[in-house]
Design a protein around this ligand. Structure first.
Ligand code: C2O
Ligand code: CU
Length: 454
């Protein structure tokens, strides 16, 4: 049992330094070039046990944060100095198929691969993580995951909290052996929920902040755990505090969505603005609700981290605008083009009864085949609109509707319809459950974007 709650500061992943720029062979424009080494690191998680051996990007877990500007292309060389094969997926990017982290396109230990990233989309929080066939869960869980932020001028002009007040919060949930090493998910076939909640790699950290607005970029990088987050002040226990959701997977929402709870399932990103100005000198805890799907709760899995708010007023010139951007939703089709059933069948994880195999595109109905499982479904390449939810919460949540997504949480028994414009290019892409254990056990399929006529 972990007894050092809120004793260690929140680590802020370092920003990835630019290696150099290289000229684009055709346009001559500068391309940002980076090199990342995938290698081992030791992490002391339990102060009274041995360290855990992880494998991370640049030997960090989470990996360094990429800060990119829309319009500047990037090439990242991922050098595999680990013992496992890897394949890097930039989740949220409309990367060309050869650079999308196709599961079977693995880089073996001792090899490297150069990935080309277009950085042509609107501002958003992406993340890069491993996607290698059959060992994605292991690789991601041991540390191959990091944040990749894409900025653009429109978002910059909004004057949202920025710099030190714009903080990525990467959630993960893991389990450790008695000696302090990580308990591996390698032989799991259903889920590994984990009893230790980490933020940016540190179990239950604290974060000293100022009484002002902060922008938090949440990413659930857990392999199996879904969160329902809320803020609680130590001065008002039992009371959920209001905050605003401002962005989701595909970037800014149309307008801030005021909430007291935020569901976030594996691979989803939600950005929030929390105003701490009314909590001067208080401790505000970020909590997690219990009883989400069949996720297993442990003693402290209802806690995430603590914010220690300064006593003295500070100047805060940042703004929370009442509208953020207009969303380029897809057109609105009235028919269902395809229907997909995600279920556990004969001990295996299947999509429409098949495993990692070929399928196709457009409005998709995603059905959770029951058993109490959560299946956050990720469709590569596209941003989609969440059209409807049935057989569960029966309503698309306002913060799901007010923007576009690339992962949708398919809660127990739910049926969700999503619509996307399968563009801007063709190619073969994956879609799958982002419970990485389900993914590794074949709950993944491919779709081929071919621009066929209706
Ligand atoms: Cu976040 Cu197919 O991945
Ligand atoms: Cu699943």
């Amino acid at each position: 049992e972990y007894k050092w709650l809120y004793q260690y500061p929140l680590p802020i992943p370092q920003t990835k330094a630019l290696n150099r720029t290289i000229p684009h062979p055709v346009t001559g424009k500068d391309i940002n070039y980076y090199e990342v080494e995938i290698k081992e690191l030791k992490q002391q998680v339990y102060p009274d046990r041995g360290p855990a051996t992880l494998v991370g990007y640049d030997g960090l877990a989470p990996g360094p944060t990429f800060q990119m500007r829309r319009g500047t292309e990037a090439v990242v060389r991922f050098i595999n100095k680990s013992k496992n094969p890897n394949s890097v997926h930039l989740h949220g990017s409309y990367s060309r198929a050869p650079f999308d982290g196709w599961a079977e396109d693995v880089t073996k230990p001792g090899e490297y691969k150069d990935y080309y990233y277009p950085n042509g989309q609107n501002a958003r929080t992406l993340w890069y993580h491993d996607h290698a066939i059959d060992i994605t869960a292991v690789n991601a869980y041991y540390g191959q995951a990091g944040v990749y932020v894409l900025h653009d001028a429109e978002e910059g002009a909004l004057n949202l909290p920025s710099g030190n007040y714009d903080v990525p919060l990467v959630l993960s949930s893991k389990q450790y052996n008695k000696g302090g090493s990580l308990f591996s998910p390698a032989s799991e076939t259903t889920s590994l929920y984990g009893d230790v909640i980490h933020v940016n790699g540190q179990p239950w950290p604290y974060f000293k902040i100022e009484p002002r607005k902060y922008r938090f970029r949440f990413l659930d990088a857990s392999i199996s755990r879904t969160f329902q987050l809320y803020f609680e002040s130590d001065k008002k226990l039992g009371e959920k505090q209001e905050f605003n959701v401002i962005a989701s997977d595909a970037g800014l929402l149309s307008a801030p969505q005021k909430v007291k709870d935020l569901y976030i399932s594996m691979a989803e990103r939600y950005e929030v603005v929390m105003d701490f100005s009314k909590f001067k000198g208080e401790n505000v805890t970020l909590r997690n609700s219990r009883k989400i799907a069949v996720d297993i709760d442990y003693l402290h899995t209802d806690k995430v981290m603590k914010f220690v708010v300064g006593k003295d007023s500070v100047e805060d010139n940042s703004v929370l605008p009442s509208s953020l951007r207009s969303i380029p939703y897809p057109q609105g089709r009235t028919t269902i083009d395809h229907e997909f059933l995600f279920e556990r069948k004969n001990g295996g994880w299947r999509i429409n009864g098949v495993s990692f195999a070929d399928t196709a595109n457009r409005t998709w109905k995603l059905i959770n085949g029951g058993g109490g499982w959560s299946h956050p479904i990720h469709i590569h390449l596209v941003d989609f609109k969440v059209i409807s939810r049935k057989n569960g919460r029966n309503a698309v949540l306002p913060y799901e509707a007010a923007g576009m997504k690339d992962v949708v949480w398919l809660g127990p028994n739910e049926e969700v319809v999503v619509e996307a414009n399968y563009a801007p290019w063709d190619g073969l892409y994956m879609f799958h459950c982002h419970n990485l254990i389900h993914e590794d056990h074949e709950m993944m399929a491919a779709f081929n974007v071919t621009f066929l006529a209706d």
